[in-house]
Write a protein that binds this ligand. Structure first.
Ligand SMILES: Cc1ncc(COP(=O)(O)O)c(C=O)c1O
Length: 386
């Protein structure tokens, strides 16, 4: 084998590829020149401002990733061992881990078969005297049924933390996702619409949580008050850790947030092209494409196909791999994971989750996916006749 061939990547079309708007490197250089590359510098402030404008939140704090924003949420809600938190089994592990780290008990809810979001019709049955919070995940950036979830949460006195890792700029009935709960969490991981490699944000909609969140994020000090001139020295005032991203990362992120119109327009086109071009094929083999309720506007985060069964899902992934295209699946039901079983999870607890997890495949989806490459993916998918 020639050495150049040995170095050839396994896939011509990866599942995800970092994309830059064009201003990232210039902004990062400026952060260095400005002499502020630690946390909460000028670029972090600009990103927070943009996110506050978008979400209408009282305060948005950038974090090192969405996992940490979720951990901050669990700390801010002061969850204790024995407290219960309801969340979907069909989600990324951080959604649950953040709360279990505080000693809380996860109560796994099943998902709706259409949007794959927490099934709000089963929510109230899971509430007990120990339930403290519910964590809806806006899967694929399509909104959960927030009217029902918020109504149950109000009546049963539960905090709502939206895991909005997928959903920035998505809408539910004209309200932005991330604007419903007392807290919401965002991700700027490499696979997300806007990225700085690893990054996140805590969206704070409850004004009473702003100062506790600032203290928590600043190693338990009132440093933010000090910088605003509200105290003449800062000191240790509570529990805390360090969840601030470097201003170099915020500089990268700012360039992406500023390019949001371009990014969202491109992602919308990619999403709609998959939907229209795969419709006939999907119908002919009994597969199904994403369903968006009329009152929801997606964030165009990801595109999935549900195959009729596990065998055909795996065969499609192999079929695409043979054409040097990488497609992936997720999530394995959390209630059936090693940890989930320790919390009592058993097969059959969340039947929709268990069924969907075997059948879902995600197609390549990134800002820089060219028309030609997408056409190649579509051609490869429709040539799959199981
Ligand atoms: C639903 C959900 N929540 C949380 C996370 C964690 O995000 P991060 O990688 O920024 O910590 C992810 C990651 O993809 C996710 O999909």
């Amino acid at each position: 084998m020639q050495s150049s061939e040995a170095q050839r990547p396994l896939y011509d079309i990866p599942f995800n590829k970092p994309w830059i708007s064009g201003d990232e490197y210039r902004y990062m250089a400026r952060a260095v020149e400005q002499g502020h590359i630690s946390g909460d510098g000028p670029f972090t402030k600009q990103c927070s401002q943009i996110l506050e404008n978008w979400t209408g939140a009282r305060r948005v704090l950038l974090t090192t990733n969405c996992t940490h924003a979720l951990e901050m949420s669990a700390l801010l809600l002061d969850l204790k061992p024995g407290d219960e938190v309801i969340l979907p089994s069909f989600t990324f592990v951080s959604t649950v881990n953040a709360f279990v780290l505080r000693g809380a008990t996860p109560i796994f809810a099943d998902i709706r078969p259409d949007t794959l979001n927490l099934d709000e019709t089963t929510l109230e049955r899971l509430v007990t005297a120990r339930t403290r919070a519910v964590v809806p995940v806006h899967y694929a950036g399509i909104g959960c049924e927030m009217d029902n979830i918020m109504e149950i949460a109000r009546r049963r006195n539960l905090a709502v933390v939206e895991d909005n890792a997928h959903g920035l700029l998505g809408r539910y009935k004209d309200h932005l996702l991330g604007s419903f709960g007392c807290l919401a969490t965002q991700s700027f991981h490499e696979t997300k619409n806007f990225t700085c490699g690893e990054g996140g944000a805590l969206v704070i909609n409850d004004p009473d949580l702003i100062e506790p969140a600032e203290i928590l994020r600043e190693k338990g000090t009132n440093r933010s008050r000090f910088f605003r001139g509200q105290v003449d020295k800062y000191t240790w005032v509570g529990l805390g850790s360090s969840y601030l991203p470097s201003d170099i990362l915020s500089a990268f992120l700012l360039a992406q947030l500023e390019a949001h119109e371009r990014i969202q327009a491109r992602r919308k086109t990619i999403w709609k092209t998959y939907l229209s071009e795969l419709r006939g094929w999907a119908d002919s083999i009994g597969a199904r494409l994403p369903i968006v309720p009329p009152h929801c506007q997606p964030s165009y985060h990801l595109f999935y196909v549900l195959l009729p069964d596990l065998t055909r899902r795996q065969t499609l992934i192999g079929h695409l791999k043979a054409q040097r295209i990488l497609a992936v699946f997720h999530y394995q039901p959390l209630h059936l994971s090693t940890m989930g079983q320790r919390f009592g999870g058993r097969p059959g607890d969340c039947p929709v989750t268990e069924d969907i997890a075997d059948r879902l495949v995600r197609l390549p989806f990134y800002n820089g996916l060219s028309e030609e490459d997408q056409a190649r993916v579509i051609e490869a998918v429709v040539s799959f006749r199981p």
